[in-house]
Design a protein around this ligand. Structure first.
Ligand code: MG
Length: 375
């Protein structure tokens, strides 16, 4: 096994679990975190939650499950190269989207709007709520009782008001400190993964074309390489060959730039990582190119009228459901009724956020469709 860098997260410098447990016999603490995440209900539900395209649109589009696996793959490669804790980077990546609502960003916006007067809804915080509280599987505790560093990595953003409620975990947002390098890697691996698979899914759906993408320098350069090296290559192979090269260029740039940042800063410990500026970063040139790709996707794909139509439908489903459960909490399943006794809006948000796309559609039909009254 390769020796970890002195500033990597290790079991020795970990702040441990909220509830102390005996050390695992055959795996590391962070492998145990990863395994708990994989065995959770919320993880399995990711299979039926949307990224951009609604889940039933086609079998080849990404879901949050395949997205999370792609993030973990990229994060592990980067972590290993930088001699950081690969198991931790993997655990954070697999858990980072556990709190996502059905219907992707449209769902998150709709639920946040419903919760406006009740503290709002933020998927990062919800991921933390899932692993800290909502999973009911273990005899000794609620949630998954994950290590501090895994939870810290899951909480990517947080408002000052929310941070103030989170104790040790919220501190860094109030003091302007950084999370571990492994968390920084998972964050950027997320960006690399979704920019590239959204290009792939966008092309597959026909909502964007290769000609349009040829206006984005990061993609155009690789597209040209592929077309000149393999004239006459079928279109689907051109797409995949181009995307794999974009991922490779981004990951390699990130590794090189981060190595040089770390060398320049001369960090010796994990504590120093937390008080230093962000070390995991793209080079300035690549940062610009990556932003151009993001902005292309925002304008050409995420705001495409067909995507917006799906979003509008999703928003209606979520706000209808929210309204009906807020008006009468007896319609909630028993687990959420007891949560609703303390905080009805939060219990309703927990229930809705946990739904898959198709469950939300079915639940909406069960409650609102007159012809289904007998079922
Ligand atoms: Mg993500």
């Amino acid at each position: 096994m390769i020796e970890l860098a002195p500033y990597a997260v290790t079991e020795a410098n970990s702040r441990g679990r909220k509830i102390a447990e005996a050390a695992p016999n055959t795996r590391s603490e962070f492998q145990r975190d990863r395994d708990r995440i994989i065995h959770s209900n919320a993880f399995r539900r990711l299979e039926y939650k949307t990224q951009v395209f609604v889940n039933h649109e086609g079998d080849l589009f990404r879901t949050r499950l395949t997205h999370s696996i792609e993030v973990a793959q990229i994060a592990r490669s980067i972590a290993r190269c930088l001699r950081l804790n690969e198991d931790l980077a993997e655990a954070i990546s697999l858990a980072h989207d556990l709190g996502h609502t059905p219907f992707g960003h449209a769902g998150q916006e709709a639920l946040n709007a419903c919760m406006k007067e009740h503290g709002g809804f933020e998927h990062n915080l919800q991921s933390l709520r899932v692993v800290d509280l909502l999973e009911e599987r273990y005899a000794g505790f609620d949630g998954l009782n994950l290590c501090f560093e895994t939870r810290e990595g899951i909480l990517k953003h947080c408002s000052a008001a929310n941070a103030a409620q989170l104790g040790e975990l919220g501190e860094r947002f109030l003091k302007g400190r950084r999370p571990s390098l492994e968390a920084q890697i998972a964050n950027l691996a997320d960006e690399i993964a979704y920019n590239n698979h959204d290009v792939d899914d966008g092309l597959r759906s026909g909502l964007i074309t290769l000609e349009q993408l040829a206006t984005v320098p990061l993609v155009a350069e690789r597209l040209l390489e592929v077309r000149s090296a393999y004239p006459g290559l079928p279109e689907r192979r051109v797409v995949h060959e181009t995307i794999r090269r974009v991922i490779n260029v981004l990951a390699t740039d990130l590794i090189r730039q981060s190595e040089s940042n770390l060398a320049a800063q001369g960090l010796a410990t994990l504590d120093e990582v937390r008080s230093a500026p962000a070390m995991i970063a793209f080079s300035a040139g690549m940062e610009v190119q990556q932003r151009e790709l993001k902005s292309f996707l925002r304008h050409q794909l995420y705001r495409h009228y067909r995507v917006l139509r799906m979003s509008a439908k999703a928003q209606r489903i979520i706000s209808d459901l929210f309204g009906v459960f807020m008006a009468d909490s007896r319609l909630l399943p028993p687990q959420y009724q007891s949560l609703a006794e303390h905080d009805r809006p939060r219990a309703v948000a927990d229930y809705i956020a946990g739904m898959t796309d198709r469950y939300a559609v079915r639940e909406h039909r069960r409650i609102f469709a007159v012809e289904e009254v007998s079922s």
